[in-house]
Design a protein around this ligand. Structure first.
Ligand SMILES: [Zn+2]
Length: 75
């Protein structure tokens, strides 16, 4: 099973578009629940982690800098 990696500050793409038309969300708070902010209209919502993981499609832009020196992908 593929595990989705995400962290605070990431821009993620959701499976469903926000009513404003954007489907990009920024993770602005993480805990038991995750608070995400719509990139399009800046509206923020709090969703349970399980629901978030289910509704997230992928991480578009990670807030984490690329970790160097971990050439494990056959570079
Ligand atoms: Zn929106």
């Amino acid at each position: 099973m593929e595990r989705k990696a995400f962290q605070l500050g990431d821009i993620v793409q959701m499976k469903k578009n926000h009513p404003c038309g954007s489907n990009e969300m920024e993770i602005i708070r993480m805990g038991m629940d995750i608070r995400i902010k719509c990139v399009g209209c800046k509206h923020s919502v709090l969703v349970p982690r399980a629901k978030f993981e289910k509704n997230m499609r992928k991480v578009l832009r990670s807030a984490a800098p690329e970790v160097e020196g971990t050439a494990q992908d056959g570079q």
